[in-house]
Design a protein around this ligand. Structure first.
Ligand SMILES: O=C1C=C2C[C@@H](C(=O)O)NC2=CC1=O
Length: 123
């Protein structure tokens, strides 16, 4: 699944329960993939030292996808995700760090088979 994983020092009690549900339509739009393909995990209450400081809200995230990432795509994606995270959990954009991983389909598996093998068996 395209997967967004977020670690933040925001207390879990201050992360809206529907955060992971609200972000899925945005991920689907910006990655141009169906909503039912996505996973989002957010972990609050983490200890994070960000730019030498650990008291203010901060977050670090990874976004993994098979394709639909690239130099131009990532510029749009980071802008949209940064706006969303700033609005929804109050992490200032200067304290949000995102890393992109463009994965090969043989390095991703679901339901006990790699995505590469699953797509070959559909041919
Ligand atoms: O990163 C991706 C992972 C998957 C799994 C597969 C599926 O759920 O059917 N399709 C995917 C697309 C991805 O981009």
């Amino acid at each position: 699944m395209p997967c967004l994983k977020i670690l933040t020092n925001i207390p879990k009690s201050q992360i809206p329960r529907d955060f992971v549900d609200k972000i899925i339509p945005l991920l689907a739009k910006i990655l141009k993939k169906p909503e039912n393909k996505f996973t989002c995990v957010i972990s609050g209450d983490c200890y994070i030292s960000f730019a030498g400081e650990s008291k203010s809200p901060g977050a670090t995230a990874t976004l993994e996808s098979i394709g639909n990432l690239g130099p131009n795509e990532n510029r749009v994606i980071v802008k949209e995700l940064t706006d969303f995270i700033e609005k929804e959990i109050g992490v200032h954009r200067d304290r949000f760090f995102l890393t992109f991983y463009d994965l090969s389909s043989y390095n991703v598996a679901k339901s006990g088979v790699t995505v590469e093998a699953a797509s070959e068996s559909q041919k």
